[in-house]
Write a protein that binds this ligand. Structure first.
Ligand SMILES: [Zn+2]
Length: 191
C-alpha cells in the first residue's frame, strides 16, 4: 500500500515474533483474495472492521476500495469517497476500524510479504488517526495454474492459498502504539 509513491521493500526485523495469533475466517480471506485477484497485476486495498480483546484483533468484515489509482506497486485511495465510506461503515456496522489489507502482486522484481517503508508510514499514520493496536494484512499474489485447492496455515504464521490461476501467501503485522513497534503476528485460518 502506498499513497501514490512507489514501494520499496525493507525488513522489519530479522525474526518474526509470532506470539500474537489473529484468527482469520475463510469468508473474510475470500473477500480479500477476491479483491487482490480482481485488481491483479495492480495492488488492492481494503479496510478491515472488527473487534478486539486486549491485544488481539478480530477482523470480521472487509471493505475493498473500488475507486483508487492503482499501479503494480502503489495504490492511492485518498479521495472523498473513501472518507465517506469509512464514516458510513463505522456508523452502521457497529464495528471498529481495525486495520487494512493490501496486495503485493509479484512482478519480475519479485515483491515479497515484507512491509515497504510506505506501508510502515501508512500504518503509523493510521494508528494516530484511529486506535491501537492496528492490524495490517499483506497478500503476495502471483499467477499459478492448478485445479487442486491448497489451503494451509503455515508454521511461520502465513496463510497459503492456491487455486485456479493464482497462488497467494498472506501475512499479518500489528503495530503497538505504546512502544511504536511493528511485529509479525501469526494468522490462523478458521474454516
Ligand atoms: Zn505493501
Amino acid at each position: 500500500m502506498a499513497r501514490g509513491k512507489k514501494e520499496r521493500s525493507i525488513l522489519i526485523s530479522e525474526k518474526a515474533e509470532l506470539s500474537i495469533v489473529v484468527p482469520i475466517k475463510l469468508d473474510l480471506l475470500a473477500i480479500l483474495l477476491g479483491a487482490s485477484i480482481e485488481t491483479f497485476p495492480n495492488e488492492s486495498i481494503s479496510k478491515l472492521f472488527g473487534n478486539r480483546e486486549g491485544n488481539i484483533i478480530y477482523p470480521i468484515i472487509a471493505f475493498p476500495y473500488q475507486v483508487a489509482d492503482r499501479t503494480r506497486q502503489s495504490v492511492d485511495f485518498e479521495n472523498d469517497g473513501a472518507n465517506d465510506v469509512n464514516l458510513y461503515l463505522r456508523k452502521f456496522l457497529g464495528l471498529k476500524l481495525m486495520g487494512d489489507h493490501h496486495s503485493h502482486p509479484y512482478g519480475r522484481e519479485g515483491m515479497s510479504l515484507e512491509l515497504s517503508d510506505e506501508d510502515i508510514k501508512d500504518m503509523r499514520n493510521s494508528v494516530n488517526e484511529f486506535q491501537t493496536p492496528y492490524l495490517s494484512l499483506v497478500t503476495a499474489i502471483r499467477r499459478y495454474n492448478t485445479r487442486e485447492l491448497r489451503m494451509v496455515s503455515t508454521e511461520n504464521g502465513e496463510i497459503v492459498l492456491a487455486y485456479g490461476r493464482y497462488s497467494t501467501r498472506t501475512a499479518g503485522y500489528q503495530l503497538n502504539q505504546k512502544n511504536g513497534r511493528i511485529k509479525r503476528v501469526k494468522l490462523r485460518l478458521e474454516t
